[in-house]
Design a protein around this ligand. Structure first.
Ligand code: FE2
Length: 377
C-alpha cells in the first residue's frame, strides 16, 4: 500500500486563476472637466449618470460623476487644485484612463497574490465606510500610470463609493451593454514584459498573438497579444509598435500620451445597427474604411450567415469579420479627446471570439489617412 502525506495538487486552472475576477467594476477617466466629460457619455453614448461626488457632497479634492450603461460603469473625475496628482496627470496626458477596476470577492487575497508575484502596490487593502456600508479596495500598478483597483462591494450598498451621492438624471440607453475588452499601448520592445505581467502577476493566459505580418500596411505596423483571465470575461490585448516605413498608430499614441496607456475600450451591444445609428445621430464620429471594403465583403463572407442587413452595414461603415466559430461586427470611433490617444470600439459578437483580424488592413489604412490629416504619418 502506498501512502502519501502530500496534499493533492490543485488543478492547473484553479492555480492559474487565483484572482477569481468576477467582472469589470469600473473604468475611471481622469479628465480636465468632469462635468463636460459626464455630458459626453450621457448625451453622446446614452450612459445614465447615477452618482456625483464633489464640493456639495464633502469632497474638497475633485469633482466626479459615475455613469452606467448595461453592465458598464464609467467614472470621470477632475481635480479642484492645480497641485493635485490628478492635475499633474492631466497636464501630462490630457484626458485618459487612470483606473481599470476589477471586482473580486477578496481584496486582501487579490492584493497579496499579485504583489507576492511581483506586482507593484499602489495602495494596500483598505476599507472606507459611510452610511451605505463598507467598501474594500486595493490597487496595483500596470503599464504606464494605469492602476488595477480590486473592488469588493459585498458590504456596500451605496451608488459607488463614500462621498458619492445618487443622481437621477433621465437617459436613453442606446444598447451599450458590457465591456468586451480594453487595449493597452506599450513602448517598442515592452509587449512581452506586460504579457508576462498579466500571466505571472494576474494569472491571465494568452489567447491570441498578432504579429506584424497580420497587422501591417505599407507604412506602419504593430504587434499585439491578447491576455485573458481564467473565466474569459476579462480580455486585455497589449499592443506595441513594430518597424514600418512611417510612424505607426501606436507611436502616435505614445507621442501624445507620453507614457503607455489605454488605447481603446471595446463595448458590446446586441444591436450594433441601432447603437451606431444612435451614436452617429448624437454626433459621435467613426473611422470610415474605403468603399472598396464593402465591394469585397460578399466574397470574404461567403458561407457566413450574417443576419444584419448589408446595406445598413455599409451605410453605417460597420466592419465584419468571421472565423471558424462565427462572425463579429465592429466599428471604431475617432479619438474621444483632443489628443489622438484613446478611442472607442463598438462590437457585436455572433460566435466569433476574435478581434477582427480580417479588418486590420482596411482599418489601419483608414487610421493612417487620419494620421496623415493630423500631420503625424
Ligand atoms: Fe478592439
Amino acid at each position: 500500500m502506498v501512502s502519501s502525506t502530500a496534499t493533492p495538487p490543485r488543478s492547473m486552472a484553479e492555480e492559474a486563476d487565483f484572482l477569481q475576477i468576477k467582472a469589470f467594476d469600473h473604468v475611471h477617466f481622469w479628465v480636465g472637466n468632469a462635468k463636460h466629460a459626464m455630458y459626453y457619455w450621457w448625451k453622446g453614448f446614452g450612459f445614465k449618470p447615477v452618482a456625483y461626488s464633489g464640493l456639495e457632497t464633502g469632497n474638497r479634492r475633485f469633482a466626479s460623476y459615475v455613469l452606467e450603461s448595461g453592465k458598464i460603469r464609467f467614472v470621470v473625475s477632475a481635480p479642484y487644485s492645480p497641485t493635485d496628482e490628478m492635475a499633474a496627470h492631466h497636464l501630462l496626458h490630457g484626458d485618459g484612463v487612470k483606473v481599470l477596476a476589477l471586482e473580486v470577492d477578496d481584496v486582501e487575497k487579490a492584493y497579496r497574490e499579485t504583489t507576492s508575484r511581483g506586482g507593484v502596490g499602489a495602495w494596500s487593502p483598505r476599507e472606507e465606510a459611510d452610511e451605505y456600508g463598507v467598501l474594500r479596495t486595493a490597487a496595483i500598478r500596470t503599464y504606464g500610470e494605469v492602476l488595477h483597483v480590486f473592488v469588493d462591494r459585498a458590504d456596500y450598498r451605496g451608488p459607488f463609493a463614500p462621498t458619492y451621492k445618487p443622481l437621477d438624471l433621465p437617459a436613453d440607453s442606446i444598447g451599450l451593454a458590457a465591456i468586451d475588452h480594453v487595449v493597452g499601448n506599450v513602448q517598442l520592445g515592452k509587449m512581452n514584459h506586460w504579457v508576462n505581467f498579466y500571466h505571472q502577476v494576474m494569472g491571465f493566459r494568452q489567447l491570441i498573438h498578432f504579429d506584424d505580418q497580420d497587422i501591417s500596411t505599407e507604412y506602419s505596423a504593430l504587434m499585439s497579444k491578447v491576455m485573458q483571465n481564467g473565466s474569459g470575461r476579462i480580455k486585455f490585448p497589449i499592443n506595441e509598435p513594430a518597424e514600418g516605413k512611417r510612424k505607426s498608430q501606436i507611436e502616435e499614441y505614445l507621442d501624445y500620451y507620453l507614457t503607455p496607456g489605454v488605447q481603446h475600450i471595446a463595448m458590446a451591444t446586441g444591436d450594433i445597427l441601432r447603437t451606431v445609428r444612435e451614436l452617429k445621430a448624437r454626433g459621435i464620429e467613426f473611422l470610415r474604411v474605403p468603399d472598396a471594403y464593402y465591394d469585397m465583403l460578399p466574397e470574404r463572407l461567403q458561407g457566413v450567415n450574417v443576419k444584419e442587413d448589408m446595406a445598413q452595414i455599409r451605410e453605417l461603415g460597420i466592419l465584419v469579420d468571421h472565423d471558424d466559430e462565427g462572425y463579429l461586427l465592429q466599428i471604431f470611433s475617432r479619438p474621444i479627446q483632443d489628443r489622438p490617444t484613446s478611442f472607442i470600439e463598438v462590437i457585436e459578437r455572433h460566435g466569433s471570439r476574435g478581434f477582427g483580424k480580417g479588418n486590420f488592413k482596411a482599418l489601419f489604412e483608414a487610421l493612417e489617412q487620419e494620421q496623415a490629416r493630423r500631420g503625424n504619418l
